[in-house]
Design a protein around this ligand. Structure first.
Ligand code: ATP
Ligand code: MG
Length: 411
């Protein structure tokens, strides 16, 4: 069963409102095995909506529209549907009483225009709205294609999707759609693609997508089948074939996040870490402290914006700064070692970089992330010339992943 979501409202087209409704509905339909093939946004315009409906009716089996059901002049969705389905409007007493008591309960006099919301098309089924005044509607065409019409207010839309629409559609859906996300850091999508190598073989039974994010590339494995068991079996097979090739880059799955994984490893292994950040403003410390017991594994953190001060505190010799250069792997490793030893920690992590653009500065963007423990020092160099938010997120992620690898002794 194929679905199209139609989001109605000028505010969506001019970038004032992000279309979160469509995202929510897409996720809910996918959960019950309905494939969303199209999301269409259209302004508050009769002709445009009319033509969008005609296109959707041809290609989709289920059409879910949101927005423009309110009582004001720019809310024209109901009007368009009345024309499209050649309906007559009749007053629905039950809805009228509900709208009246909705206002009465709030101690507000009902504006006359709200009375119009009780007028419903004679050939539509009413979808109850227990959290607002605009009722939803369900139209069927001659081929039994379903047109759901819901308010745009996200809270009302969500309640109606969950309580009314999903239960109706669930009984009609014959498919299962399952997803699995493998999360990686420290490798680009092209390299992942090359390393996995046999994508065409995998695509015979699942769909694979590479989704680059600031924090790393996610690999989505997607299976659509007649049975849930087959979906899960195919996904598991694809996952194991992918992991055979790139397991060292995969730090987690689905909703997992890297700081939870690292923190859980630190706690489980009774290890402590000390951190020094000289350019990232505490981005790593922030993520390491997203846990109530952070003082059990984070022994110390220095967040400084001045490498000279940081070096003095840590006891990095000025001669070393001159010998190796302030923004160098040697200095980053020294900082990691010194913060570790200063706090008797198992791991030391240092972030040191030059994020200040100045003319002819060869170091600009160079970022060094070092992790030191009793056995080894590792250091990774990033060149970050984007905005500060990007730099912080990417740096913290790479630092966490280096720490994860040392905790698991992965090279
Ligand atoms: P109302 O009865 O409140 O007028 P309505 O059905 O007319 O409901 P709209 O007027 O289209 O809905 O939108 C109401 C609110 O919901 C607006 O603040 C709008 O920005 C928001 N909204 C509408 N559509 C979406 C969408 N697709 N995603 C997120 N928010 C939306
Ligand atoms: Mg409105």
């Amino acid at each position: 069963m194929l679905a199209e979501i139609i989001s109605i409202g000028d505010e969506l087209l001019i970038g004032q409102t992000i279309n979160t409704n469509a995202a929510y509905i897409g996720a809910k339909l996918t959960e019950i095995g309905i494939e969303v093939n199209w999301i269409t946004s259209v302004g508050d315009d009769r002709n445009a909506l009319f033509s969008v409906l005609a296109i959707a009716e041809k290609r989709a089996d289920v059409i879910i529209c949101t927005g423009g059901l309110g009582p004001t002049h720019d809310d024209l969705t109901k009007d368009v549907f009345v024309t499209y389905f050649k309906a007559k409007l009749i007053c629905n007493e039950k809805i009228l009483n509900k709208i009246k008591s909705f206002f009465f309960d709030r101690g507000v006099e009902m504006p006359n225009i709200n009375e119009e919301q009780a007028l419903v098309p004679d050939n539509a089924t009413v979808i109850e709205n227990n959290v607002g005044t605009a009722p939803g509607l369900l139209f069927l065409n001659q081929d039994n294609k379903m047109f759901f019409v819901l308010p745009g207010v996200p809270f009302e839309m969500k309640t109606m999707i969950d309580n009314e629409v999903v239960p109706i559609l669930k009984t009609k859906s014959k498919k299962f759609i399952k997803y699995k996300i493998l999360k990686t850091t420290g490798i680009g999508e092209s390299s992942l693609f090359e390393k996995i190598d046999n994508i065409q073989e995998l695509e015979k039974f699942v769909k694979i997508a590479f989704l680059p994010k600031i924090t790393g590339v996610e690999i989505r494995i997607n299976s659509i089948n007649e049975s849930e068991e087959l979906c899960l079996k195919n996904m598991l097979l694809a996952e194991s074939k992918i992991l055979e090739k790139i397991s060292q880059y995969v730090w987690g799955k689905d909703d997992e996040n890297l700081e939870d994984i690292v923190v859980n490893l630190l706690i489980k292994k009774h290890k402590t870490v000390a951190v020094v950040e000289s350019c990232s403003g505490g981005a790593l410390t922030d993520r390491l402290t997203n846990h109530l017991n952070s003082n059990s594994y984070l022994s110390h953190s220095i967040i400084s914006n001045n490498l000279n001060t940081t070096s003095t505190i840590l006891g990095v010799l000025p001669e070393s700064l001159i010998q190796f250069g302030a923004i160098s792997a040697e200095i980053a490793v020294q900082m990691a070692q010194k913060i570790k030893d200063m706090n008797f920690s198992d791991f030391g992590v240092a972030i040191n970089g030059n994020w200040t653009p100045t003319q002819n500065d060869e170091d600009f963007g160079v970022t060094l992330i070092a992790v030191s423990d009793h056995d080894k020092n590792v250091c990774e160099k990033l060149i970050l010339k984007r905005d500060i938010n990007f730099n912080k997120q990417r740096t913290a992620q790479v630092a966490l992943d280096l720490l994860r690898r040392r905790l698991l002794i992965i090279d």
